[in-house]
Design a protein. Structure first.
Length: 308
């Protein structure tokens, strides 16, 4: 099991990618200003654009630079500000200078890069990624950071779970969809290591977490069960967690199981059905009610030490 401390500003092969052409930069600014339709445009462009380039990605005020491969629809969405805007809004509202943030998985490093810029050099960001292709992209993008402005990032080569193990990983041909739980556009079946989250964080000297984003393709409850001790020490925690009933079922758990566990840990659990500056915690929604837990959406989890 490998753990990397990825320094901001590390020289990497991906950093040698050229800056985006001026015409691309102008196109990016025009499309990101659109009130809607950015995701559809990104997916249309993904079928036409080729070649990796380095660009400042939204939100532009953070000045986060990533190497973008626009032929990947998710990276095209990142480039045009259409990738998981509710997660971005959540981070912008909750990560403060000095925060300790847990983001799993790493994917290509976009969410982690935003979190570390917001947490700043006195903060700390921890992440995990079992997919070797996503891991390579994510590490290379983390090398484009700014050591003066960014929190250090520690990357677990593997996944978070409730026990240490080696497990089959359904490696997807869609970057970001690989899963321990289920086959989703599977390209190959491989193996990856899992670590019990409490043990891994204790080894890193992390007692509690302030903000968390958990999107691990159906493995969310297994990861949370392995973080039980950390959760108990983190009443201040605000988390955004993916809830996909079919993926959880394939992992041998369920939406109701996930919500019940979160509530047993003292969290107020709400659907992240709206996002933006007018929402508390950047996202907001109704409380998750019994019988609704199979709905596929992210849930906002607010710890007992945060609520007033």
């Amino acid at each position: 099991m490998q753990v990397d401390m990825v320094p901001s500003g590390a020289m990497t092969a991906r950093e040698s990618a050229p800056a985006q052409p001026p015409a691309f930069a102008a196109l990016q600014r025009i499309i990101t200003a659109l009130p809607r339709g950015r995701s559809r445009i990104a997916r249309l462009l993904a079928g036409k654009l080729r070649g990796c380039f380095v660009a400042v990605v939204p939100p532009f005020n953070l000045d986060v630079r990533l190497a973008i491969d626009p032929s990947d629809p998710f990276q095209a969405e990142i480039w045009l500000g259409a990738y998981q805007p509710h997660v971005v809004a959540f981070l912008m509202a909750n990560v403060r200078a000095g925060s300790t943030v847990l983001c799993a998985g790493l994917h290509v490093g976009y969410i982690v890069s935003i979190a570390r810029r917001l947490a700043g050099p006195l903060g700390r960001v921890l992440t995990a990624e079992p997919d070797p292709i996503a891991l390579e992209c994510g590490r290379l993008n983390l090398g484009l950071g700014d050591p003066v402005r960014d929190a250090p990032v520690e990357v677990l080569t593997g996944g978070l779970s409730d026990e240490d193990a080696t497990l089959e990983l359904h490696q997807s041909n869609v970057l970001g969809h690989s899963s321990f739980a289920t086959s989703h556009h599977e390209a190959t079946l491989t193996h990856a290591e899992l670590r019990r989250g409490d043990d891994w964080l204790e080894e890193r000297g992390v007692a509690s977490v302030d903000v968390a984003v958990l999107d691990v393709e159906g493995w969310e409850l297994r990861a949370l069960l392995g973080l039980r001790q950390t959760l108990a020490r983190s009443p201040q925690l605000v988390a955004l967690i993916e809830l996909s009933g079919w993926a959880l079922n394939d992992a041998g758990t369920s939406g109701p199981d996930l919500v019940a566990f979160l509530r047993s840990q003292g969290f107020d659990v709400r659907w992240a059905s709206a996002h933006g500056h007018g929402c508390r915690y950047g996202v907001w929604g109704d409380r998750v009610e019994k019988g609704d837990e199979e709905t596929a959406n992210d849930v906002l989890c607010v710890g007992s030490g945060v609520r007033t």
